[in-house]
Design a protein around this ligand. Structure first.
Ligand code: ZN
Length: 465
């Protein structure tokens, strides 16, 4: 079990804070041992009113979850932007990714993931869902410790301070109908027994190293698992989060139709007990009835707008999904660019471009688009990562403070702050970030950034030599 090294008590005073019930002024959040011990509003802000260590800041938002990410892909950001001889797509991008991943050691993964997690914290994310599929050694053989790669991810979370929901991925086949895996997929592959052992080892290690880690189950995609394997994975998951890539590409939809006569989301909803434990990552290509059925299942749609735009995936059918009460969260996925505000902005802008309208993700007339996106992505993202949202007594103190002297944020109050943060200031509006009560980011910079970049540059040089 994790033993807290300190029951340190600190007190943070915010002129404005977004609490579960709405905006409040002069909010004092007292933190004990990493968790919120009390929340007081309309506090006397006079200097010297508090004998505790008390810091004053302008504005507090709850930290945003990053519900879907492959940390190692941070190392190939910008490497797949050269036009190829055939039409470039997700599938040609994947060839570049496979070549990049072929040489990576656990030490490389740790260094790249540490920098990615630091950038997430700087970009407003305080917990990451690591959809982790790189398991084995470079020759495809299982490491002496089968959880060696997972342990590298846990170590990166520990070094960066980010909250971790580890999602070890089960990957067995190259395509629908149990096609054998390709040689360059050998580092990803398990049978069910090997996967169950990995899950046990990863759970034990994560719980020992991190104060509030969650471990879930992740069938890679419908093309990578058989129906029988999917059923066994559901059994292994019990009450844990279950994440799956689905319907990201039209090619995948066509292959699923050829295999089963059904579209991917349609097939999954018919053949698995999809409920609030589930996160369907992408779910880009759905008919309106599929979008409605997914919304009604209670599952979270895991949307990754930057990556989906970068890969040319398509635009999620948000209008029918939201009309049916659908829940969504956001993920940085390929990490080509890590920025919570950019994900939220692009989510809305994609809908505006597709529907020739504005303010499409606000829930009702007169509501703030930015505030509704923030609240929805926070609620959906935390459900998907197996934790609870926002500021409440007993929850980890995961806090993002904004600089209200930023030209785009100055003079803003309440929901207007969130609109200006997402649509104008972007991540440059972030001042400090606390994770599990510890201030990791000040003036937009993580305290371990320089050391992490130094290690990252050495790894990148080795990988590209
Ligand atoms: Zn992904």
């Amino acid at each position: 079990m994790h033993v807290s090294t300190s029951e340190a008590r600190s007190s943070l005073l915010f002129e404005q804070a977004l609490l579960p019930g709405g905006w409040a002024r002069n909010v004092r959040i007292t933190v004990v041992g990493g968790r919120i011990a009390s929340i007081e509003t309309d506090c006397d802000a006079a200097p010297g009113d508090d004998r505790l260590v008390c810091e004053r800041h302008a504005c507090a938002l709850p930290g945003m979850p990053d519900l879907h990410n492959h940390a190692f892909q941070r190392g190939m950001a910008g490497l797949a932007e050269i036009r190829g001889p055939a039409q470039d797509s997700f599938w040609t991008w994947r060839e570049v990714m496979y070549r990049f991943v072929a040489r990576m050691t656990p030490e490389d993964v740790k260094a790249i993931a540490t920098l990615a997690y630091i950038e997430m914290l700087e970009g407003g994310f305080t917990r990451v869902g690591e959809f982790h599929y790189l398991h084995h050694d470079r020759d495809g053989q299982t490491f002496a410790n089968p959880a060696e790669m997972s342990n590298a991810i846990v170590a990166a979370a520990l070094d960066s301070g980010i909250g971790l929901t580890l999602l070890p991925v089960f990957y067995a086949h190259a395509g629908f109908g149990a096609q054998p895996p390709r040689p360059d997929q050998a580092r990803f592959i398990h049978d069910i027994d090997g996967y169950a052992r990995l899950l046990d080892l990863a759970s034990t290690r994560a719980a020992a190293a991190l104060p509030d880690a969650i471990v879930g189950v992740a069938p890679h995609s419908l093309r990578a698992v058989t129906p029988e394997q999917l059923g066994l994975l559901e059994g292994l998951a019990k009450d844990r989060p279950i994440h799956v890539h689905i319907a990201e590409q039209t090619g995948e939809v066509d292959a699923c139709l050829a295999w089963s006569g059904q579209r991917p989301v349609e097939w999954l909803l018919d053949h698995a007990d999809v409920d609030a434990r589930w996160c369907l990552v992408h779910a880009t290509h759905m008919t309106d009835p599929e979008a409605t059925a997914l919304a009604r299942s209670g599952a979270v749609a895991g949307l990754c707008p930057i990556t989906e735009a970068n890969l040319g995936d398509g635009v999620f059918p948000m209008v029918p999904f939201l009309a049916a009460g659908g829940r969504y969260g956001l993920g940085s996925d390929s990490n080509v660019l890590i920025d919570a505000t950019e994900e939220m902005r692009l989510l809305e802008y994609g809908q505006r471009l597709a529907h020739l309208g504005r303010n499409l993700l606000a829930r009702n007339t007169g509501r703030s688009t930015g505030a509704d996106i923030y609240a929805d992505a926070l609620a959906g993202g935390t459900v998907a990562l197996g934790v609870s949202p926002g500021f409440a007594v007993g929850l980890p103190a995961d806090i993002v403070s904004l600089d209200l002297q930023h030209p785009s944020l100055a003079g803003k109050t309440g929901d207007g702050i969130v609109d200006a943060f997402i649509f104008a200031a972007g991540r440059s509006g972030i001042d400090c970030v606390w994770r599990y009560g510890e201030k990791l980011v000040s003036q937009g910079r993580h305290h371990a950034r320089a050391a992490a970049i130094a290690r990252y540059l050495i790894v990148l040089e080795n990988l590209s030599s």
